[in-house]
Design a protein around this ligand. Structure first.
Ligand code: EPU
Length: 335
């Protein structure tokens, strides 16, 4: 039987670094331990904790918190051009990306330095610089959180969308991801270098996957706060999609507004730019704040409580609605 700790602080287990206590805590390093923890009838409530990089705790947790510490990386199959790799849920995302690049595999280079673990990456279909996890995803293995029976989800079944998947919608809280398989290239890498800032960083040289990862790391280190130094969960809001009519109206007031066309009738606007226009970049409210180089990222400057960060987020949502008539959707999971 795995050790179960009581009243454990989760401050070191969430990248926002906010204080939160869970009633009971256990860390599992094998599937058998995970099954036993899920089926343990002493607890009526369970909370599955991965890398803690996409959540904000606003209250203490009751019941059992199960920390997923499953480790392992293995080759499932390979031919001359491709390889399918399976990584266990508790592996660190960035360390895995670097490992794939060291083996000479391409596909994950644009996703370097994203905080979090393998098991949580599919939940929000992590993405950056023109690439999303779904581009190299083959399948993931899960356990039902109630019955502990195993399941597998392929690309179609995972229903990936922009920072979204079935694990964040219809099946929220119903499955624990234990491993993810990726299809990567061994040669003829499909490099994605079109994202503006990435192109600038790379210059005119013909890049390798490693060069792209280096450029992505350089951009992220410049723009985004390192969670080891300043608590944060990456982008706090999703970039909103507005109608063409709404976009044309805003363009009159803000002709320089950056935007990406999604379809003939829809346009995506960077939420960071909107929040920046409202003068929130770099502001502080007690320990909570908005990052000084990227207004989409809320930060914990020290001892902010989750509720203070959430209240700053709500203030921003209200101001954005008032000035831009846009409802900003929170991307981070709030507990
Ligand atoms: N901008 C500002 N002020 C700001 C922030 C941004 O004017 O404070 C402007 C930039 O100048 C640029 C535009 O907004 O013209 C877009 O900015 P950026 O390239 O930084 O990207 P983003 O749309 O703000 C998204 C993702 C990031 C991802 C980057 C790069 C979302 C919610 N966020 O940010 O993802 O790293 O693109 O691909 O889609 C995350 O999900 O945690 C995350 C960091």
């Amino acid at each position: 039987m795995k050790t179960i700790e009581q009243q454990k602080s989760l401050k070191a287990y969430n990248t926002f670094g906010v204080e939160c206590f869970c009633e009971y805590f256990t860390s599992v390093s094998t599937t058998e331990e995970l099954v036993a923890a899920l089926l343990n009838e002493d607890f009526s409530e369970r909370f599955i904790l991965g890398g803690g990089s996409n959540l904000l705790f606003t209250k203490n947790l009751s019941g059992l918190c199960i920390h997923i510490g499953l480790k392992g990386i293995r080759v499932i199959e390979e031919d001359a051009d491709h390889v399918i790799i399976e990584a266990s849920a508790g592996e660190n995302w960035h360390d895995f990306v670097i490992w794939t690049l060291d083996q000479g595999y391409g596909g994950l280079e644009n996703l370097a330095l994203i905080p979090g673990n393998i098991g949580t990456a599919p939940i929000q279909n992590i993405g950056a610089y023109g690439v999303e996890l779904k581009n190299s995803f083959v399948n993931c293995t899960t356990l039902d959180t109630v019955t502990a029976t195993p399941h597998q989800f392929n690309l179609e079944e995972a229903v990936f969308g922009y920072r979204n998947s079935i694990f964040k919608t219809d099946l929220k809280g119903k499955h624990v991801i234990t491993a993810v398989q990726f299809r990567l290239t061994k040669k003829n890498h499909a490099l994605k270098t079109a994202y503006g800032t990435l192109q600038e960083e790379l210059g005119n040289n013909l890049p390798t996957p490693k060069n792209i990862a280096e450029a992505v790391i350089a951009i992220r280190q410049r723009k985004l706060p390192d969670p080891k130094k300043i608590g944060n969960s990456g982008s706090f809001f999703k970039n909103p999609v507005i109608t063409e009519k709404h976009f044309q109206k805003l363009l009159v007031a803000y002709p320089e507004m950056p935007h990406y066309r999604i379809s003939n009738s829809e346009v995506k606007i960077p939420a960071g730019w909107i929040i920046d226009r409202l003068g929130y970049k770099g502001i502080k409210r007690g320990g909570a704040g908005v990052h000084e180089h990227q207004a989409l990222v809320l930060v914990n400057h020290g001892n902010a409580r989750g509720i203070e960060i959430l209240s700053l987020a709500q203030e921003i949502q209200e101001k954005v609605l008032e000035r831009f008539e846009i409802s900003l959707e929170i991307e981070v999971n709030i507990y």
